[in-house]
Design a protein around this ligand. Structure first.
Ligand code: PGA
Length: 251
């Protein structure tokens, strides 16, 4: 089902103690509140289990920011989807542009990661989006289409329905530049049309498509008001409870 979601991506920030403090402060801020959106926080791996036992996971879902493309075994330093699930997390961010750019994640590795996440009952938050040069050449549509076709359009309609999409123009991530509400709506509608072509109108209508890239308390409402923008994936502004709550309150 299509949902409104505000998801935080902490990236590589916060020690375990700082992360626990942030998560418990957010938990206290949201406790007993009836919200118009689901809330998820994407923490570093080592925080997952502690955060899961410190907060109400019915109110705040927990996401990892990556998972291995292998099931288990001799892959030193990797963390499997099954391990993530065992911490109490229910989501995993996959295909973030930082992982594609700095860690060489390809369409193929992401395809494997998505399948393993789904096999282990984790809902992928699958990120797509173009870099600045591609936007300047007006190639954003072909870029997101290739990213979807390369890693998630192989799925059954049922499995695709478990994925949350996040459109994140790379030129807007951490830069203070945001896609305008019109730019966001235009490409979100395009993404939904691709889902409709592939899986049919009902799956497309049920798909949750988040916007990410310098989303903050000041611009969230304008962005989320668009019919095809179902919430946000929030980096910098998810690291302060007041800022993150102000974005949640945009719904
Ligand atoms: P930002 O990051 O909100 O700091 O731009 C968003 C993201 O990378 O998910």
């Amino acid at each position: 089902m299509r949902k409104n979601i505000v998801a935080g991506n902490w990236k590589m920030n916060k020690t375990l103690q700082e992360g626990l403090a942030l998560a418990t402060e957010l938990n206290s801020a949201l406790i007993g509140k009836s919200l118009n959106c689901d809330v998820i926080i994407g923490t570093p791996f080592i925080h997952l289990a502690s955060v899961a036992s410190a907060i109400d996971t019915k109110q705040i879902g927990i996401a990892a920011q990556n998972c291995a493309d292998k099931e288990s075994g001799a892959y030193t330093g990797e963390v499997s989807a099954a391990m993530i699930k065992s911490t109490g997390a229910d989501y995993v961010i996959l295909g973030h542009s930082e992982r594609r750019a700095y860690y060489g994640e390809t369409f193929e590795t992401l395809k494997d990661k998505v399948l393993l996440a789904l096999k282990n009952n984790l809902n992928p938050i699958f990120c797509i989006g173009e870099v600045l040069a591609e936007r300047e050449e007006n190639r954003q549509n072909e870029v997101v289409k290739a990213q979807l076709e390369g890693s998630v359009f192989n799925l059954s309609a049922e499995d695709f329905g478990k994925i949350i999409l996040a459109y994140e123009p790379v030129w807007a991530i951490g830069t203070g530049k945001t896609a305008s509400p019109e730019q966001a709506q235009e490409i979100h509608a395009y993404i939904r049309s691709l889902v409709a072509q592939k899986f049919g109108n009902q799956v497309a209508d049920n798909a949750t498509i988040l916007y990410g890239g310098s989303c903050n308390a000041g611009n969230a409402k304008e962005l989320f008001t668009n019919p095809d923008v179902d919430g946000g994936l929030i980096g910098g502004a998810s690291l302060k409870v007041a800022d993150f709550c102000a974005i949640i309150d945009a719904f």
